[in-house]
Design a protein around this ligand. Structure first.
Ligand code: ADP
Length: 241
């Protein structure tokens, strides 16, 4: 499902957090919102998710105004930095959760739930720990489960807020590959927030560079890297090297 952001504005008190943002995300792309802390990435993601209301402007899902659509009806999956797995549920039940809480009319049968959860656990190669509890897993494994859980409800859009931020460098690298692999498998339109240039460059189809509530540049990793559109982008990317 494509996402369009039109003339989006948001302030918190005197702070302009989204400054007339316009953005097109084609269906099936994996897009990184990249920028320093405080540049408005999370707020933009939360507005796309329907968790935050803009002061003005619209978000279109597949060409339709999603502004007034309840967050539960947006068919959005989330992965956050601090894996919100349910501690008292097994890994299997964590992944199954979104399917079990569906209204009766659209809830899959127990057999269908088993099949779906097993398929996803195999996809993230963690089917062998289905009966364990979250505290028995490593941080990296937990985030793989968080990805599987988000995908279980077959979202049209997957939103990830610094999904690997709490993990060490080696595990982050491994999870980038997981995210890319899952995306190539499922083709869900995905937006992920990061302040890590290398992460954005490695994983994303397209990078949106943000600074002080504005979009400085958007393009493929090569375009952004080879032709930085502003001194800010040049400096921000330069920080890696
Ligand atoms: P980023 O994700 O790029 O770090 P955020 O969207 O989290 O940026 O924040 C952008 C700015 O908005 C920051 O200055 C932050 O302090 C402010 N902000 C974010 N959420 C709130 C809120 N609920 N109330 C007040 N200020 C907020």
């Amino acid at each position: 499902m494509s996402i369009e952001v039109r003339n989006l504005n948001k302030r918190f008190g005197p702070t302009v957090v989204c400054d007339n943002l316009n953005l097109d995300i084609p269906a099936g792309e994996l897009v990184a919102l990249l920028g320093p802390s405080g540049s408005g990435k999370t707020t933009l993601l939360r507005i796309i998710a329907g968790l935050e209301v803009p002061d003005s402007g619209t978000v279109l899902f597949h060409g339709e105004d999603a502004t007034n659509t309840d967050v539960r009806d947006r068919q959005v999956g989330f992965v956050f930095q601090h894996y919100a797995l349910f501690a008292h549920m097994t890994i299997f039940e964590n992944v199954a959760f979104g399917l079990r809480v569906r209204p009766k009319a659209t809830r899959p049968s127990e057999k269908q739930i088993r099949a779906k959860v097993t398929e996803l656990l195999k996809l993230v190669q963690l089917d062998w720990i289905a009966d364990r509890y979250p505290h028995q897993l490593s941080g990296g494994q937990r985030q793989r489960i968080a990805l599987a859980r988000a995908l279980a409800v077959e979202p049209k859009v997957l939103l990830l807020d610094e999904p690997f931020g709490a993990l060490d460098a080696k595990v982050r690298k491994e999870l980038r590959r997981w995210l890319r692999r899952l995306h190539d498998e499922m083709h869900v339109t995905s937006v992920f927030v990061t302040h890590d240039q290398e992460e954005a460059m490695e994983v994303a189809d397209r990078i949106v560079v943000m600074n002080e509530g504005r979009i400085e540049q958007q393009g493929t990793p090569d375009e952004v890297y080879d032709h930085p559109a502003s001194p800010f982008v040049l400096q921000f990317l330069g920080d890696v090297n």
